[in-house]
Design a protein around this ligand. Structure first.
Ligand code: DER
Length: 253
């Protein structure tokens, strides 16, 4: 109950600080924290004219079940800029880089996040770490099924010890499929360095000495043939996007 109330508190604070009822387009992420974000939005606005853009099937369900209007991302003109996008994360570091993909929705989450003027990451105290991959051990990567052997080999070359195809015997025998009908590989790496670590000489950050900086590893993984998207969100450069301090400026409650 402590975690749920922390999620709800973070969601209410994020909506208080960053939801403008006169908005026209609002991105809605995936996972469990986002449910509290939509609840908090419902409390302050019944403006059904607002278009809520989902980041996958579950996200659309959350919007529709709240009685709000869900508009598919690909039905909007390509230059549509969203006023704000709210989403969760699996881990957030001091630079506000995020690990995302615990819910296997990272591809559409990134499409929507990059279209937003403001990306608001809503994360309870468990997600806040100094470096990514401190508590959450793996990077979720969305891959074309046929490319799995190639991507696994590539990840090992980049230094991932034991990258694994995500499958849950609970819900389905065999690998999990994303909303794009792709697979997810979870790749463990050592905690990722941030800019100040490189400056402080804590490692080269390019994999040559076993250390990786956030963006360099993200780019290296994206360069593997067969990778659709990588669950590292950093420095979102949507139109005037500004990363909202997910933890410090939003009082930790
Ligand atoms: O998959 C994702 O990136 C989601 O945002 C998710 O990881 C956050 O999930 P939670 O809010 O249930 O922790």
């Amino acid at each position: 109950a402590v975690v749920e109330s922390a999620k709800r508190a973070a969601a209410q604070q994020a909506v208080r600080d960053h939801f403008d009822p006169s908005a026209t387009h609002v991105g809605i992420g995936s996972g469990t924290t986002i449910v509290y974000v939509v609840e908090a939005i419902k409390e302050v606005s019944t403006n059904l004219a607002i278009r809520f853009i989902p980041t996958g099937y579950q996200s659309r369900q959350v919007i529709v079940q709240a009685g709000l209007t869900a508009v598919p991302f690909d039905s909007l003109p390509e230059d549509t800029v969203f006023d704000v996008a709210f989403d969760g994360a699996d881990e957030v570091d001091l630079e506000l880089n995020c690990i995302k993909g615990g819910g296997a929705c990272l591809f559409q989450e990134k499409l929507v996040a990059e279209r937003a003027r403001k990306f608001v990451c809503v994360a309870d105290y468990r997600k806040k770490q100094d470096r990514l991959l401190t508590n959450w051990p793996t990077i979720p990567i969305e891959v074309a099924p046929v490319a799995v052997p190639t991507v696994l080999k590539g990840l090992r070359t980049l230094g991932s010890t034991n990258p694994k195809l995500r499958s849950t015997l609970l819900d389905k025998s065999g690998p999990l499929k994303t909303d794009q009908d792709f697979f997810i590989i979870d790749a463990p790496f050592k905690p990722l360095l941030i800019a100040e670590d490189i400056k402080a000489g804590k490692g080269k950050g390019d994999g040559s000495d076993g250390t990786w900086e956030v963006n360099k590893l993200s780019d290296a993984i994206k360069g593997l043939t067969g990778v659709l998207e990588v669950g590292i969100f950093s420095g979102l450069n949507g139109p005037d996007a500004e990363a909202i301090r997910a933890t410090n400026s939003v009082k930790t409650v």
